[in-house]
Design a protein. Structure first.
Length: 193
């Protein structure tokens, strides 16, 4: 995408981040985690706002478009489909790359981007990143090697989805919320029939 095309992308989620429907509004970002030896691991996320679930994630040792493509594809697989969803992120080059924008179109996702150089427009993703850093690194500043970091990141994301309680969804885990939401929706459809 050209700079002008990126500037024209609307911020579809700004000031309206609420949703009751899973898979309709997602946010993403790419926090990095330092590894001993002055390298980093990059974690691309796709977080579903209705349930707070990390629906898609990918980790690599360098920042590239493939990283966000694989996280988004993982989210689409987890959700069954993301058609009609809005995905909000920053103006980073991986999110504006042609391959990524083409993938969004192919999956039926509307892209949303906040203001240039403003983390406030993606505050929920930034909050997630701060929680990740606080809970995962605790008293250390780096991981000893990539293998340990990789395992720790995936274990943390799994715990985040299965056991971490969120006040935004009634103090239950994302997976519990989705199970309850699906059961409630099924019961409503059955009762209406």
């Amino acid at each position: 995408m050209t700079f002008d095309e990126v500037a024209e992308l609307p911020a579809r989620l700004v000031r309206d981040l609420s949703t009751d429907e899973p898979s309709h509004r997602c946010i993403g970002d790419i926090p990095y985690r330092p590894i001993a030896g002055r390298t980093n691991l990059y974690l691309a996320t796709c977080i579903e706002l209705g349930s707070c679930k990390v629906a898609g994630r990918q980790i690599v040792d360098h920042l590239c478009t493939r990283l966000v493509e694989e996280a988004l594809t993982a989210a689409a697989c987890d959700r069954g489909s993301l058609a009609g969803a809005v995905f909000h992120n920053n103006h980073g080059p991986v999110y504006t790359a042609k391959a990524y924008t083409d993938l969004c179109k192919h999956l039926g996702i509307a892209q949303s981007m906040g203001s240039v150089r403003s983390s406030a427009d993606n505050s929920l993703a930034e909050s997630f990143n701060a929680t990740l850093k606080r809970e995962l690194l605790e008293d250390t500043t780096t991981f000893p090697d990539q293998a340990i970091a990789h395992r720790a990141l995936f274990a943390w994301a799994n715990r985040y989805n299965t056991r971490r309680r969120h006040s935004a969804i009634g103090l239950v885990s994302p997976n519990t919320y989705e199970t309850t939401h699906t059961a409630t929706a099924s019961a409503t459809v059955t009762a209406a029939a």
